[in-house]
Ligand binder design. Structure first.
Ligand code: F0G
Length: 460
């Protein structure tokens, strides 16, 4: 354990979990149409579906809940949250939202002023892409090529490809680009960090072309700690200062606070200084999320978030947080399981295309491994591959993802290293039978966001 830091907390409240029998797991998975999204959480032993809203709050946060001021307008809780966000970001305006996608639906249409405008991101998260498209825009991803070279030891695989960014702007014309969104860390491709140097270059290109810059910062604190660990010149800076440098390079901050806010529900919109943008967000937040001083949150939610935002910047916590992901990744690699390396901030991404190369992309190798992992150990993970990607809207053909990933997403402050050992053991077992496994075919497929509700049957 010498190479990994230990949890900087002790446990004083527990929630029992139970491993149901193998026979029961087989029955439950079949009833769920071979789609773990459709399982009841009581039938799951270790739930690694997401790190979103699934973490444990501290006793300071539980204490803060009691302070919640449940006022419709001008709640004390709002002003405590606003002060925390201003202190961290240095931004002038703060509007809460019920979660990340709430912040997106309020803010993004104010940037996408005409149908057909483009938004460029390293990689858009699914809901971000959906809100760009719902507002009439088009989303373009522009991540560096190192991102998909899984074994390459590269420190900032979430970086933008700067040459490609310039080419896209030249090609689409700057007046047609609504915004550049820096997703930190880059969730969709491994929770990989973006360097400050890269963010600075993106900001410079945006400035030269008069394009607003947005930070999609669900995991901005994890990104800041990666910078401290890996970027030259930042070894001795505090994470708080590094986070502030990140925010200095954008105009708008959208956050799903269910990650680095350390709460179970919540989101944020923060605006550096553009009063017109603030007014436009105020106008939209009222019919969509709620009055601008609560945005869909109760007073107690806002108080828990005000405390959680600060806890997520504590360096012993962040060190342990990134280490628990690295620990699971190292265990899996030592057992011969192919993963994205180095590991990112919130999850281990497993390369299921390499585990079962005989299963074609349109029979969903990562979903097959996801199901096997549930059968093996009652563990729920999530497919991030061709199933998630969906179909081409014009040709209706299945799109092929760059990689058939299984995401083992680790909730914050929730599972122990013993749980992670068990996860590694189970997945190592499953990967040994990878070459013998068969694919899946649809029994039901919804027209959009099919991965949530799809039902399958195994191909014989
Ligand atoms: N942006 C990023 C980078 C995200 O990872 C998420 C959510 C959102 C926006 C949307 O936030 O869920 O609060 O509405 N990611 C979760 C996940 C759902 O499992 O990766 P939300």
């Amino acid at each position: 354990m010498k190479n990994y830091s230990l949890p900087p907390f002790k446990i004083k409240m527990v929630e029992p979990i139970k491993l149901i029998s193998k026979a029961e797991r087989e029955k439950k998975l079949e009833q769920a149409g071979f789609n773990p999204f459709r399982l009841k959480s009581e039938d799951v032993f270790i739930d690694l579906l997401t790190d979103s809203g699934t973490g444990a709050m501290s006793h300071f946060q539980w204490g803060a809940l009691m302070m919640g001021d449940e006022a419709y307008a001008g709640s004390r809780s709002f002003y405590r949250l606003e002060a925390a966000v201003k202190e961290i970001t240095g931004y002038k305006y703060v509007i809460p939202a019920h979660q990340g996608r709430g912040a997106e639906q309020v803010a993004l249409p104010n940037l996408i002023k005409r149908p057909g405008m483009y938004v460029i991101s390293n990689i858009h998260f699914d809901t971000t892409r959906a809100h760009v498209e719902l507002a009439g825009g088009r989303a373009i991803d522009c991540v560096c090529k190192e991102c998909f070279d899984l074994e390459l030891d590269y420190p900032f695989k979430g970086n933008f490809d700067l040459l490609k960014l310039k080419e896209i702007i030249a090609d689409k014309k700057k007046e047609n680009i609504a915004a550049i969104i820096m997703t930190i860390t880059n969730n969709s491709a491994g929770g990989q960090p973006v360097s400050l140097e890269n963010m600075r270059e993106v900001n410079k290109i945006a400035r030269e072309n008069g394009i607003p810059v947005v930070i999609d910062g669900a995991r901005y604190a994890e990104n800041a700690y990666f910078i401290k660990l890996r970027e030259k010149g930042y070894e001795n800076k505090s994470v708080k200062d590094i986070a502030r440098e990140q925010f200095d390079l954008a105009d708008l901050f959208l956050m799903s606070s269910k990650k680095d806010g350390l709460v179970n529900i919540g989101g944020l919109i923060a605006i550096k200084d553009n009063e017109e943008m603030f007014r436009a967000c105020q106008v939209r937040v009222i019919p969509m999320e709620g009055f601008p001083t609560y945005g869909g949150l109760s007073g107690r939610d806002m108080d828990a978030l005000a405390v959680g935002l600060k806890e997520a910047l504590e360096e012993d916590y962040l060190q342990y947080r990134l280490d628990e992901i690295r620990y699971l990744g190292d265990k899996l690699r030592a057992g011969g399981v192919p993963i994205q390396y180095p590991t990112g901030g919130h999850a281990v991404f497993v390369d299921c295309g390499a585990i079962c190369p005989q299963i074609p992309f349109n029979q969903f190798p990562a979903q097959v491994i996801c199901n096997e992992l549930y059968l093996e150990g009652g563990i729920r993970a999530v497919e991030i591959g061709s199933l998630l990607l969906g179909r081409d809207p014009d040709t209706h053909e299945n799109l092929r993802a760059d990689k058939e990933f299984l995401r083992l997403t680790i909730p914050r402050r929730t599972y122990t290293l013993e749980h992670l050992n068990y996860v590694a053991e189970c997945l190592i077992e499953v990967s040994k039978r990878g070459p013998k496994l068969k694919g899946l075919e649809f029994v039901y497929e919804s027209p959009i966001l099919r991965h949530f509700t799809a039902e399958f049957k195994p191909i014989k």
